[in-house]
Design a protein. Structure first.
Length: 280
């Protein structure tokens, strides 16, 4: 379900006295209410100690996680769910590879539902799926997966990297084809802001173009040299992007850093603090 931004992002209000006029005005600023973490960021830790890693994530203050990497798909999903419940964490979505969805969709649904997620996110396309010959099958598969997900009471979204904006297929970028040839009512977009900007896309224009199809943001920052950084340690103006009309329906804000430096926890702590403090 798509929510209005004001329904899930709290406005921090304050009454300001108007000197000499005897009047007051309400000053409000939006903020991210429930900061999430894409667990791929801490995949090395999670693969070795999933329960302990979830505990560390929760103690930082994260209230949401998105599963991805760290071999989570091979773990005891009921145990993971029980751990999250104890820690007051929730997992609104999970990254599930195309091959997994294509091979045994029912098993993927069982896994996602056991984790408590409501949305399946397709996170990546293999090299052969990015060709003219392969991409048509991808489009067909995504529409099929999204329809099957709806029948199971689940949502479906696609997570981008940079190649979708840089690779041409049929005279268009892969991203343009994704938007034009998948069902907009069923296939939503999880916009990775870093990768889109890294590819040279105008993030503001892209957000307003996607508008009602935007499910979530992946929030990672970019240094001047183009490398990844913790949120607030780079050059991306997240406040300007989050307050755009096209971002009003975004449901989740997931911190991610594909190349977070070991021991990882300091990096995700910095991102949490800075994203929590952001006003827009």
């Amino acid at each position: 379900m798509t929510m209005n931004r004001r329904a899930f992002i709290a406005g921090a209000g304050g009454v300001m006295a108007m000197s000499g006029l005897g009047m007051t005005a309400m000053a409000r600023a939006a903020r991210v209410r429930a900061v999430g973490l894409q667990l791929y960021t801490v995949r090395e830790l999670f693969a070795k100690d999933p329960v302990g890693t979830l505990g560390k994530v929760a103690r930082i203050g994260y209230r949401e996680v998105e599963f991805g990497g760290g071999n989570y798909d091979t773990m005891d999903h009921a145990k993971l769910r029980k751990t999250m419940d104890r820690l007051q964490l929730r997992a609104p979505s999970a990254h599930v590879p195309y091959e997994t969805l294509d091979k045994d969709f029912a098993a993927a649904v069982k896994m996602v539902k056991t984790l408590g997620a409501q949305t399946i996110v397709l996170p990546w396309l293999a090299e052969d799926q990015r060709t003219d010959a392969g991409f048509g099958g991808v489009i067909s598969g995504m529409n099929r997966f999204a329809a099957q997900a709806r029948e199971e009471g689940l949502g479906f979204a696609y997570h981008n990297h940079d190649f979708e904006f840089l690779t041409q297929s049929g005279g268009k970028t892969l991203y343009d084809r994704l938007l034009g040839e998948t069902d907009p009512a069923l296939v939503k977009m999880e916009l990775d802001l870093y990768w889109a900007i890294h590819a040279g896309a105008d993030a503001a224009r892209l957000i307003d173009r996607l508008s009602g199809r935007l499910y979530a943001f992946h929030v990672k920052d970019m240094k001047k040299d183009g490398s990844m950084a913790a949120v607030g340690a780079g050059t991306i103006d997240f406040a300007a992007l989050f307050k755009l009309p096209g971002a009003s329906g975004v449901e989740h804000f997931y911190v991610e850093n594909d190349k977070a430096p070991a021991p990882y926890i300091p990096d995700i702590t910095t991102s949490f603090r800075n994203l929590s403090a952001l006003r827009f």
